[in-house]
Design a protein around this ligand. Structure first.
Ligand SMILES: [Zn+2]
Length: 516
């Protein structure tokens, strides 16, 4: 297998030396404790995150890893690291059941909708991208698809077979968990014990090909009606679900890389199997830090289609779901997610989201107000000290295993000071103001990705900003016409704007406009 990895340029090293290098602690699922982050290559971070299986709309459960690993990436970049963020798209091999049977999730959707499987994949991939963009998540550096890496996956199966940790059975290839467990530890990541796993797994129909119920498929022979199939040395078939992440993470990040992230529900069997595949093929697990975000619950219950409490991101953004009292903006969802530590469960309720909405509003108001604050020569030293301490506390929290709720609570201390200065109850110096601006723009906007929705759109392609300027130019024309008592012209401008979907409203403070 050809492996690529990045190298440091001289320029990068200089940039790094200029940054104050901060120690970052990350909770490693593998060691079950916080560890100081030490990258494989100084100044570089290789991050792999398990992406969605694209057979349905993105839901709350996708928003959490999306936001968590986005903030992690933003933090590393802010601290001067170069990050390669790889997040895959699963478009083949994810079966309905974890025990290697049932239909392929994408093939099933394609059958029900009478579409080509790749039409299903394309449709839901684009919708997933759209939802992630609305949440202000930066796109990954590389987004590989499982179906585009069949050759690499076949090569990986061959390596595992050659090393004696897999066997062929009726055209399928299975990972031999018992054989692997003689020299390695299957269960090391999830804390499970192989004997318990075997006694808890029922042998199901169609599993006769396996030597043990704990074994898992590396390659599956396709049944005659199965559409998604590729030739291999064993059969026309398709790769097992866990295989793609082992193959693609090594291809793009190297045989040893820094961080592997994903939801806690993926820890077993998916990540346990990935780790076993890596070790069985290359003799080492390949990942330094395994990070797992916890789940989102709804009123204390797990979210699930069968439980009737399943909420897609689109429904949240539009309010179109019986569980929802109102629509919630993507930024409210982002803020809500950041208000809990990624390793804690996060319980969804209308009340909690409404509280997040209020908190976000307060913070965004302060990000505007801070720019207008008056400064004084004779600002007291204790306020300078307090503001400097807030900045330090925010960094400490973020570098302590990405503790965003604590960081936000310190940022709200900054908001409180902004409001006091605005109300004339506190005096600050120019330097204090700059620190507050740094906290409420660089940290809040750039690192936490919390920004007013229009700014997210404007940053997207600049269209919103241009649009705003153009409408204001036209409104100036109308103001001039009104001043000249040219009512015909002023009415025509109003009607022409309405015809293209811009509604204007005269208020006592001037003219307001909205898009229809
Ligand atoms: Zn994965």
């Amino acid at each position: 297998m050809i492996l690529t990895y990045f190298s440091l340029s001289l320029q990068d090293i200089n940039a790094l030396e200029m940054e104050k290098v901060r120690e970052i602690q990350i909770y490693n699922t593998l060691s079950r404790r916080k560890e100081v982050f030490e990258p494989v290559t100084p100044g570089m971070v290789g991050l792999y995150v398990c992406g969605p299986t694209v057979y349905g709309d993105a839901h709350l459960g996708h928003a959490r890893p999306g936001v968590t690993y986005d903030v992690l990436t933003r933090l590393f970049r802010h601290l001067g690291y170069k990050v390669r963020y790889v997040r895959n798209i699963t478009d083949v091999g994810h079966l309905e059941s974890d025990s290697d049977n049932g239909e392929d999730k994408i093939a099933k959707k394609a059958r029900l909708e009478q579409l080509e499987p790749m039409e299903v994949v394309q449709y839901y991939t684009l919708r997933f991208h759209d939802a992630m963009k609305k949440l202000n998540n930066c796109p990954p550096s590389i987004e590989p698809r499982a179906s585009g890496h069949i050759i690499e996956q076949i090569a990986l199966v061959q390596e595992i077979l050659k090393n004696g940790y897999a066997y062929e059975s009726n055209g399928s290839v299975y990972f031999d968990v018992k054989e692997y467990n003689k020299r390695h530890n299957y269960g090391v990541l999830s804390g499970r014990n192989l004997d318990d796993m075997i006694s808890n797994t029922r042998a199901l129909d169609g599993q006769d090909d396996k030597h043990s119920p704990a074994d898992f498929a590396l390659w599956k022979k396709a049944s005659p009606e199965h559409i998604m199939r590729w030739p291999s040395p064993w059969s026309d078939g398709f790769p097992g679900w866990h295989l793609e992440c082992s193959a693609m993470s090594a291809k793009y990040l190297g045989e040893e890389f820094d961080i592997h992230g994903g939801g806690m529900d993926l820890m077993f069997p998916h990540h346990e199997c990935e780790l076993a595949q890596n070790t069985a093929s290359r003799g080492k697990g390949g990942v330094r830090y395994w990070m797992h975000n916890n789940m989102i619950t709804i009123k204390g219950q797990k979210m699930g289609k069968s439980l009737g409490n399943f909420i897609t991101l689109d429904e949240l953004f539009t309010g179109n779901n019986a569980v929802l009292e109102q629509a919630y903006s993507p930024m409210t969802i982002r803020f809500f997610i950041l208000q809990a530590h990624y390793r804690s469960t996060l319980d969804f309720s209308n009340e909690a989201l409404q509280a997040a909405e209020r908190g976000l509003k307060r913070m965004l108001q302060a990000t505007k107000d801070v720019k207008e604050l008056k400064v004084a020569e004779n600002a007291p030293a204790d306020i300078a000290k307090e503001i400097a301490q807030i900045k330090e506390n925010v960094y400490l929290a973020l570098c302590d295993d990405l503790n965003t709720p604590i960081a936000l609570s310190h940022l709200f201390d900054a908001v409180r000071i902004v409001n006091m200065v605005k109300d004339g109850k506190q005096v600050i110096s120019q330097q204090d103001k700059e620190t507050l601006e740094f906290l409420l723009t660089t940290i809040t906007t750039d690192v936490l990705g919390v920004a007013a929705e229009q700014e997210v759109d404007a940053a997207d392609n600049g269209v919103a900003k241009v649009m705003d300027a153009l409408v204001n130019m036209v409104l100036e024309e109308r103001k001039a016409a009104k001043a000249n008592k040219d009512w015909a012209k002023s009415d025509k401008i109003r009607d022409d704007l309405k015809a293209i979907g811009v509604l204007i409203k005269d208020t006592k403070d001037g003219v307001e406009w909205t898009l229809e």
